[in-house]
Design a protein around this ligand. Sequence first.
Ligand code: SAH
Ligand code: SF4
Ligand code: F3S
Length: 475
Amino acid sequence: MSETIQTIKGMYHINTYGCQANVHDSEKIAGILRCMGYLEAADEEEATLILFNTCCVRENAENKLLGHLGQVKRMKEKRPELLVAVCGCMMQQDAAVTRLRQSYPYVDVIFGTFNLHALPELLDAARQGGRQVVDVWESHGDIREDLPVQREHSFKASVNIMYGCNNYCSFCIVPYVRGRERSRGSADILNECRELAAGGAKEVLLLGQNVNSYGSETGGAQSFAKLLREIQGIDGLERIRFMTSHPKDLSDELVRAIADCGKVCRHVHLPVQSGSDRILAAMNRRYTKAGYLELVRKLKAISPDMRITTDIIVGFPGETEQDFEHTLDVVRQARFQNAFTFKYSKRTGTPAASMADQVDGETVDRRFARLLEELTPIAYEISASNIGRTVKVLAEEVNSADPGRVTGRAEDNSIVHFDADASCIGRIVDVRVTGCRTFYLSGLVVRYPNPCGDRISNCSPMQPGLVVRYPGEVV
Ligand code: SAH
Ligand code: SF4
Ligand code: F3S
């Protein structure tokens, strides 16, 4: 696809609802639109094309979309030339497409997760025909290596290493809307990472629904462990992150690779979902509580700085108080740095949707609150253990609430706010941690490299109002 922009065709605005895979798909969609001659609009009002990249993993993601589409209806009434397109995981479900066709006729284009590359033709058809254009494929074609990507940042980048999922966890819709697991060739991944590093990327985030089974179709010729070792060798890249790791496929070979590769961040996102063996079996997760805790132990043995984050579902069908107690016990033993906690959401078409004993809303709410009570103090303790240390932070953005501060991520996944200006964005900065809250650290720049060489910063004292202070710090 040509990178040259001939004429400006319009202004696009993309709303993305889903996970990192969806966010990265939106970067590809933006890449395609740029090649077609579209530029990014400042907001929806300025846009001549509004695109919704949807998620259906839980009901609230779907509801958010429908609410937002309602608002766009009014915009479309005022500006009939506005094009509205809806794509992504939700559109891979027949019922959702039917609903949109019946109740949202002002949506011009509907397409799915398998045919992003068809966007130019679909938009042309919509513009010419004045009718709703629907093109949703039932399964994937060959992996497309030729799609342009308009990345949000130059200093960090997502890289797909595989698509789809074969695991069929009984609660999850993803395998139905993203298709079977397929890995990209390692040469393609390495080339992309090298190009990113040459363009200034410091950090890559390797993406897949289950990165640990990368290459499984090659009979061992390619594996995630081998891939990490190869990416480790790329000059210029300083950090490697990945998500998501499925516990059932976290091999010793992979633990060794994480340990050996200094660029692999000391953070693993390892969704546990539940601590009850009975519920884990009903979820089709294929590991046990003890097996999970053993993996956590092996990962933490790599380094005392290793941080584990997780996903937990509360209220899976049939979950009893005793099952839930096991989940709380895993939280206490694994000591998560952070957890994404979800109330179970019934997804039509998944095995769990038709299971008996769906848990009532009140019980789910109570357990959910109890879970947070268990998670929060541990997260706080982990956060506070950084006080007084100097951590390396990839500076990502000027803090929206305070333009005198910059926000970034430490190697261990902590969010760090520190006094600095935009000149450090995209660099890895040494920050002395002077304070914390449960889910972020605050600090002062000790040193950061800049194009003119290293300089000692002249920072003002830390912001007031922090819960914990570095001993002796002037506030
Ligand atoms: N592939 C990843 C997860 C992708 S979905 C993995 O296996 O870890 C992200 C998270 O959404 C899941 O880990 C799960 O915690 C949550 N989730 C998925 N389906 C859900 C449902 N039906 N109800 C509530 N949470 C769900
Ligand atoms: Fe869903 Fe399970 Fe696949 Fe993750 S591994 S995407 S939770 S089916
Ligand atoms: Fe949602 Fe699709 Fe990701 S359902 S979580 S956007 S793979």
